[in-house]
Write a protein that binds this ligand. Structure first.
Ligand SMILES: [Zn+2]
Length: 262
């Protein structure tokens, strides 16, 4: 996921300048579970376009595929749940610990299609699985934001707020540190978005203002790319400020209805 943060700014600008016609498509692929060798049919991405960067999930700084249900794999037998890109790449030395963990998880739902399991139920298992995998603050900050998004989409407002508070706590810590993989300007955007979805508009507007005043920087970033990213993010921030100040278009009002296809 770290790589995604680095390529994003360039894509933000591309998304604004060009529309494109690649629809989001998925196709089936067989995977063998690393825990119990069970064969599972999961979906893998066929195609998508840069329009995903203008979907409403941008107001939570989340983008396809983490906004989409097929992204979260779960084995139908042992219930190992991971992001799609991790399922068959788990560190071998962690398998015994994961086996033990999964044996202790109560999961009574049986299913043919893994996408029939609500995303937030898969995320709840993932939270336990990744606790074994030594993930850093960047990772957990994003994970809780993803969890907040999917609870919100499912209409689980209290649990969405709980996840967003955890994410916000991590982002606040990152804003005080100089050792992040994410640019500070983006951290202000993320912090503002979490505050807005937690109904703290005053705090959100303050963070967006700080975001506007913070220069976009990436390690070894090319000047032209940095300039484009700066402009792209500034225009997003200005739009966000306008929507928070509006009566009928506050992004959090559409939390439950934030569908990728709109
Ligand atoms: Zn399994």
């Amino acid at each position: 996921m770290k790589q995604a943060f680095r390529i994003l700014p360039a894509l933000i600008v591309i998304g604004i300048l060009f529309s494109n016609t690649f629809a989001i498509t998925w196709f089936d692929k067989e995977f063998t579970c690393p825990i119990d060798n069970e064969k599972n049919t999961f979906k893998v991405i066929g195609s998508y376009g840069s329009y995903i960067y203008s979907y409403p999930s941008k107001y939570q700084w989340l983008f396809f595929p983490s906004t989409d249900s097929p992204t979260f794999y779960i084995c139908k037998k042992c219930h190992l749940a991971t992001y799609m890109w991790d399922f068959d790449k788990l560190p071998k030395e962690k398998i015994p610990e994961l086996k033990k963990l999964l044996a202790g998880i109560q999961f009574s739902r049986s299913f043919d299609k893994y996408t029939d399991v609500p995303v937030h139920e898969r995320l709840e298992i993932m939270e336990k699985v990744y606790a074994v995998l030594d993930k850093d603050d960047d990772w957990w900050g994003t994970f809780y934001r993803v969890e907040g998004y999917h609870y919100g989409k499912a209409g689980e407002a209290a649990r969405a707020a709980e996840a967003r508070k955890k994410s916000l706590e991590i982002v606040q810590k990152q804003l005080k540190s100089d050792k992040n993989d994410i640019a500070k300007k983006l951290l202000y955007y993320i912090s503002a978005s979490l505050k807005h979805f937690l109904s703290d508009d005053k705090g959100a507007l303050e963070d967006l203002q700080k975001g506007l005043e913070t220069k976009y920087e990436e390690k070894d970033g090319k000047p032209e790319e940095m300039k484009n990213a700066e402009e792209g993010i500034n225009s997003r921030i200005k739009e966000y400020i306008e929507r928070i100040k509006s009566e009928a278009n506050k992004p959090r009002m559409f939390d439950k209805y934030t569908r990728d296809e709109h």
